[in-house]
Write a protein that binds this ligand. Structure first.
Ligand SMILES: [Mn+2]
Length: 318
């Protein structure tokens, strides 16, 4: 449905619930919290729910007070799934979502089939936050403030890789420009999300990167996180998230893989690729999946065998 119809739906509702997706990112959380703050200023009763946990780099968005502190009410005029490409992305709150007298999905992913009564879906948006901004602009810009602008900007900047991914469009930057006019701390937001790392993660990074292995004239790079690496640096597998990107960013590398020991003989694998090399196809060999340039899977076995199997799959897809 068009933005103008979404606004009509919002205006006709009094009690509203918003839902972020599982394994939340800053787009789903930022968009949800921005929409909540806005709708509250517009006089609505709004609750937020997310079936997920806090991550370090979401600390400025995702506070205990901000989400998952709302009681479940017996009925909602309208429930809204924010940035959820499929029903199961709502996680354990899907039954609550379905309790809405009207259900709406606001999203920018390509969806196989819609699961809500009403859908506002635009795959050309760099982030769901773009759609939230358009909704707010159509509804009433006088309710905008620096807090809402910061939440939307954080969502926008993270989903577009600091405006570096191909999903950064003309409209993305126009909206970013509009948000800057509210006096948001944009440099702080980019620092927090793209450069700052915890000290322990720095120690893990220095240790693991120095042991990176390269194959096939450096076209394949492998990063391995062992239990010993985590013990020695006081970290856990939760601290590994973006280090594989350090490998795929090395000039000449087409495939980067991180192998993370999560239990004895059990490994979590992340694959990042450049250009046309298909990360999803590599993960599919092992029953995993993902996107063209980023995918993942789990595998069991002895490290040497796991490494050999992964290397073979990578060479087959170079
Ligand atoms: Mn998104």
């Amino acid at each position: 449905m068009e933005i103008i119809d979404v606004v009509k739906l919002l205006k006709s509702a009094k009690i509203i619930a918003l839902f972020s997706h599982i394994n939340p990112d800053c787009d789903t959380i930022g968009s949800t919290l921005a929409l909540r703050a806005f709708l509250q200023k517009a006089g609505k009763t709004v609750s937020c729910f997310c079936d997920g946990e806090l991550k370090f780099d979401m600390g400025d968005l995702y506070s205990a007070e901000a989400i998952n502190q709302d009681a479940e009410l017996s009925s909602y005029d309208l429930t809204i799934a924010v940035d959820c490409a499929a029903e199961d992305r709502i996680g354990k709150y899907v039954t609550l979502f379905k309790k809405g007298r009207k259900t709406l999905c606001v999203d920018h992913h390509l969806q196989d089939r819609s699961y809500a009564m009403y859908n506002c879906i635009d795959p050309h948006s760099g982030a769901t936050a773009e759609l939230i901004w358009l909704i707010i602009k159509e509804y009433d810009l006088t309710f905008m403030d620096v807090n809402i602008a910061s939440l939307l900007y954080t969502a926008l900047v993270t989903d577009t890789g600091n405006f570096g991914f191909s999903n950064t469009g003309v409209r993305t930057l126009e909206i970013a420009s509009s948000l800057l006019q509210y006096g948001i701390p944009n440099a702080d937001i980019s620092y927090k999300h793209f450069r700052e790392i915890p000290f322990d993660t720095f120690k893990l990074k220095a240790r693991v990167l120095s042991k990176a292995q390269f194959f096939e004239q450096n076209r394949i790079g492998i990063l391995t996180f062992t239990k010993e690496d985590f013990v020695a640096t006081g970290t856990s597998s939760a601290n590994t998230s973006n280090l594989v990107n350090e490998i795929v960013n090395v000039a000449g590398v087409d495939i980067a893989v991180s192998i993370t020991e999560v239990r004895p003989n059990g490994y979590k694998i992340s694959v990042r690729t450049q250009g046309n090399v298909d990360a999803n196809a590599i993960a599919s060999v092992f029953g995993g999946g993902g996107h063209k340039n980023a995918s993942g899977f789990m595998v069991n076995g002895f490290y040497g065998n796991v490494l050999d199997d992964i290397l073979k799959a990578c060479k087959d897809h170079l």
